[in-house]
Ligand binder design. Sequence first.
Ligand SMILES: [Zn+2]
Length: 497
Amino acid sequence: MIGKKYVLVAVLLISSFLSFCQDIEKQKQIRLTQTITEKEIIEYATILTSKEFDGRLSGSPGYMKSAQWIASKFEKWGVKPMGDNGSYLQYFDNAYTKVFDSGNVSYQFIDENEKNIEKNYRFPEEYFPGQNSGSGNIEGELVYVGFGISAPELGYDDYAGIDVRGKILVFESGLPVKGNIPDIERWVPYDYHQYKFKNAIAHGAIGWLYISKLANPNTPYNKDFVYAHIGDEVANDMFNASGKNYKEIREEIVKNLIPNPFVLRGKARINANTQRFEDSKSCNVIGLIEGIDPILKNEVIIIGAHLDAVGNLGKLLPGALDNASGVVDIITAARILAQSPVKPKRSILFIMFGGEECGLLGSTFYVNNPKFPKEKVVCMINLDMVGNGTGLALWGGESFPEISRHFTDANTNYIKRTMKTSEARPVKTRPRTDGAVFTMNGFKSFAIGTTDGVKTVYYHHPLDNVDALTPDIMVDVARMIYFGLLGVANDETLQIK
Ligand SMILES: [Zn+2]
């Protein structure tokens, strides 16, 4: 009988010793996460949004400098290079256009008192220069062509019965139908900026004013076509001068799905000063923390964020929230994962994508040229604009509870913020994130986000600077990534399916 008692005492002692060790380990981890501070977050975000990196337009010298900077950090922290030829950089083709200054957009018309009026618009309040505009000046009469779509098989043509040769077009971005209609797939090809611009050229226009007032390099370049982006204020001027109401006409097209093209009164002038770099290359920045388990290390969790932004349009567009925030969240987590007292059993691959703003070029290139076979990838976690607000989110996480629970646990145990989750939805519309590229290619993918109490978002705008960030939530996102990734990496019950 005595022997059994000794065994019991020994077992109790050992188990309390083990939990004591675990506690010490946990304390070490918590102390490590506390080395991520608002100061570090702001320091990195300030560097990424600096003049030196010139708005990180993918393919441009400023972007390549920012990629080198990330690579230098990975190297310093002991994150292993996974790019081309032993480097961190995975190159791909990425033409870009340098915009030297913000150019001009003006409108000349005769008002109701028969007076000649000329309006010169202001950037960024009223217009944005075309990011891939040809260089030069154009002047011409204006035609409104709704959404700029010719879809005969859908019984819809914004150009029906109107001659636009030699004219400057005014048209909308997006679709005249909502994303949740059953046959949305048939409309999707017409949602691309590339399609709309090519269609305008095919109809003989000399340039256009695109009603979508933001910087956007996801447009095709043609040296002979000059364009700019305008806001509703400019469209209102043009419609009012023609005795029409812009908002009503747009709403009618959407409601009835009947195109309504017409000539607007007056003339517009657009001036653009640009240079095209057709043969330029961009890159993804890829680093690895290798797992320590001899078998599980062949399985990998991918976490990524796009590093590129929208450049400089005569004013710097710093790209702080979109997406220095996501990049900084991930690299700070990478720094502490590389020093962690608890090592990951599975491997963790960090990808800072290039070319996202130019049409998801970097993520598309990666899925076609992967570093690990798809069947060895646990999941891909994307971060885009994750640095504004008070709450955390796992968008799409509900569909993969065996993975996302490690992030929810991290929040419950260490971070203690409100957390929202949602189910992953199939990508039926035009893909808009690097995560969507992975989903469409058969990877499990969800997004880490921030939500609640969000400050004003200056999307693709010169005011998307460090002041647009909420650094304390970024600290917590980075800490959650650390605990969450370790949880997934060390979960031996997890099976890749
Ligand atoms: Zn983005």
